[in-house]
Design a protein around this ligand. Structure first.
Ligand code: OOG
Ligand code: NI
Length: 266
């Protein structure tokens, strides 16, 4: 496990940018030379004991992160938690896990077969959270998973790595609204996730979010190379609660649509 939170996020970022070439361009477009503060990052996994949400969370808990919120996504058969660091300038962490037992026997058998290939010792190694895939996967199996759960197929193809980083609009110089950020992105020819509208949430729920559609990258399957959706970039604007402090939670109805940023939009 890492002992330095900044080093962990730097390593996660390097891997993420490699998987998401547009992220470096978006970063440049919005930052204009200033520092970008990350609101949060997100990770995905299966709820099988060897690799479940708690296994990923330990890497953050050992750095002082604390579990703060629970979320349930019934239709997608996912559960999630978010974690916060005592230093509020450190990114929050959103970790979800797929309820594998809620799927067909075929999907369950495939996913158990993948997780069996993971060396348990690898799950506590420093690099686990940006170590990618720990199993062999052929393209037909990816497509079989995709037919039942886009999320299952994504985790099978990409393994352990940041699914997205999120720009904190509250800390972004030169922008006051999420619409201004979205306009800049669209003028830069980046494609936004429009499921349920380009802006998810509102001031009423204390959180507005938008995201790009995932980049498409070439992935080496066991048998072939294919271009499939990898990772995306998110943008979040938080509003103050009654006590004047910014809301730090997530909004399940918005998250449900953000998950779809890795859908294959054609
Ligand atoms: C997580 C989707 C939810 C948010 O900020 O609400 C999310 C994912 O796509 O893995 O990131
Ligand atoms: Ni997010």
């Amino acid at each position: 496990m890492h002992t330095d939170v900044n080093q962990l996020f730097a390593a996660l970022w390097d891997d993420y940018v490699e998987m998401t070439p547009s992220a470096a361009k978006v970063h440049q477009l919005l930052a204009k030379g200033e520092t970008i503060i990350n609101d949060h990052i997100a990770l995905r996994t299966f709820n099988i004991a060897k690799v479940n949400l708690s296994v990923l969370a330990k890497h953050f808990e050992s750095l002082g992160y604390v579990a703060c919120g629970d979320y349930d996504f019934e239709a997608k058969k996912l559960k999630a938690k978010h974690f916060e660091h005592p230093d509020p300038t450190q990114p929050k962490v959103f970790i979800s896990e797929l309820m594998v037992e809620a799927f067909s026997p075929e999907l369950q058998a495939i996913v158990h077969g993948l997780v069996e290939q993971v060396d348990e010792a690898a799950t506590t190694a420093d690099n686990f959270l940006y170590s990618g895939r720990h199993w062999e996967l052929d393209y037909a199996t990816y497509e079989q998973l995709l037919a039942e759960s886009e999320y299952a197929a994504w985790v099978a193809a990409f393994g352990y790595r940041a699914n997205h980083f999120t720009v904190s609009i509250n800390h972004l110089p030169g922008y006051n609204t999420i619409l201004e950020v979205n306009d800049t992105l669209k003028q830069g020819d980046f494609v936004l996730n429009s499921v349920g509208g380009e802006v998810k949430g509102s001031a009423d729920v204390l959180l507005e979010q938008s995201s790009t559609m995932a980049d498409k990258v070439n992935v080496a399957f066991k048998d072939v190379q294919k271009t499939i959706p990898s990772c995306f970039y998110e943008f979040a604007l938080r509003y103050p609660k009654a006590d004047g402090e910014l809301y730090t939670g997530f909004v399940a109805a918005s998250a449900d649509k953000i998950f779809e940023s890795t859908n294959n939009a054609g």
